[in-house]
Design a protein around this ligand. Structure first.
Ligand SMILES: Nc1ncnc2c1ncn2[C@@H]1O[C@H](COP(=O)(O)OP(=O)(O)OP(=O)(O)O)[C@@H](O)[C@H]1O
Ligand SMILES: [Mg+2]
Length: 366
């Protein structure tokens, strides 16, 4: 009797050990945090030797939100995505994705997310469908289910008719769409898109924007995308974080970010008594800001297109000739300029400038 009880305990211990090894208890006991946030990040930092690639960033992304990280080359966008998708260990700070901790529950996060990498990662010797098959098998999706899901995701990015074509024969835009489809096959709660339209022509970019919007609004997938195209961030994102040298310099809806600038900019070139004209328009309370460079005036105001006739009339009244007028609606590029003193394009580094950029970052990190 004693012997069999001992045996029983021994067997029980073996079973517990096996269950532990296959992660059974993890799945049983890791309680997903009940939170409205799809992502929660506090003071997240990544340092590569002396380079601080991501520098104490904090933010949350609501479930169902389309959130953008906008910044120039080397700003830290990919590094942020890599930490949140558990491909890279954070140096310090806290991160939570789909309710799971990025350091403690890596497997759970990987099952809950889809990632479309900045660098294309398709097998060009396989067809579109075969690429998806392979990915679905890696996620352990059963054969019947696989067929249905592949058809569904191909339909979403309108590639059904190219399913059996080798990927090497796909255009750049088609490859990107296939990658998005692949990122969706296991029905992730959160999808990370790292520069989804990099290098694509304007028309293809627009198409991809439509798919991304559809995914977010109709399928309800929470999306975090990185981009250095401000029109992309402006058009697609519910909220945008502007990132520069690893730090967030601003974060809000595109409209509110642009509001910070105080309105439209009307630039006027005039011929005549500029001083008199300036004195006259100084009485207009709707002009929020005025800069003058000789005969050129730069005026900030709301609804600039409606104010231009009034400006021209007041110039004519005192015999000043308006030789040109230019109206500019503020863009996220202006917002970036406002916060950093540089343009995003100006802040971009080509391959040859990488070294300089890294050195600059090191200096910043000190
Ligand atoms: N594995 C690494 N080892 C060392 N430094 C790295 C590594 N990965 C990134 N960096 C550095 O970290 C910084 C941020 O790089 P990251 O790739 O995150 O920028 P990014 O915003 O995605 O830029 P891009 O728009 O060019 O994709 C850069 O200075 C880069 O050189
Ligand atoms: Mg990147």
């Amino acid at each position: 009797m004693l012997f069999s009880a001992e045996k029983l305990v021994q067997s029980a211990l073996i079973v517990i050990f096996m269950l532990y090894n296959i992660g059974y208890f993890n799945r049983l006991f890791i309680q997903k945090k009940m939170s409205d946030y799809a992502i929660k990040v506090e003071d997240l930092t990544k340092q590569f030797n002396s380079v601080v690639a991501v520098d104490h960033i904090s933010f949350t992304v609501d479930t169902g939100e389309l959130f953008g990280l906008l910044g120039p080359n080397g700003a830290g966008k990919t590094t942020t995505i890599n930490m949140l998708s558990t491909l890279l260990h954070a140096t310090s700070g806290y991160g939570e994705v789909a309710g799971f901790n990025i350091t403690k529950h890596r497997d759970h996060i990987r099952r809950s997310i889809g990632v479309v990498f900045q660098e294309p990662a398709l097998d060009s010797k396989l067809t579109g469908k075969e690429n998806l098959e392979f990915h679905a098998m890696m996620y352990g999706i059963a054969k019947e289910e696989r067929r249905e899901r592949i058809e569904q995701v191909l339909g979403l990015v309108e590639l059904n008719d190219k399913a059996n074509v080798l990927v090497e024969k796909y255009s750049g835009g088609m490859k990107r769409r296939l990658e998005i489809a692949r990122g969706l096959i296991h029905r992730p709660k959160v999808l990370f898109l790292d520069e989804p339209t990099l290098g694509l022509d304007a028309q293809t970019r627009r198409n991809i924007w439509d798919y991304v919007k559809k995914l977010n609004k109709e399928a309800g997938v929470t999306i975090v995308l990185t981009t250095h195209y401000m029109e992309e961030a402006d058009y697609l994102c519910d909220r945008v974080a502007i990132i520069d040298y690893g730090k967030f310099v601003a974060m809000d809806t595109p409209a509110r970010l642009k509001d910070i600038l105080g309105g439209d900019v009307v630039s006027m070139e005039i011929d005549g008594n500029a001083d008199a004209f300036v004195s006259q328009i100084k009485t207009f309370t709707w002009i929020k800001k005025m800069n003058r460079h000789d005969e050129t005036l730069s005026l900030t105001m709301e609804k600039g297109e409606r104010r231009i006739p009034e400006l021209i009339r007041s110039a004519q009244k005192i015999g000043v000739n308006v030789t040109s007028v230019h109206l500019r609606k503020p863009s996220l590029e202006d917002v970036f300029l406002y916060f950093t003193g540089r343009t995003i394009r100006g802040g971009e580094a080509g391959q040859n400038d990488r070294y300089r950029q890294t050195m600059r970052r090191r200096i910043h990190a000190r």
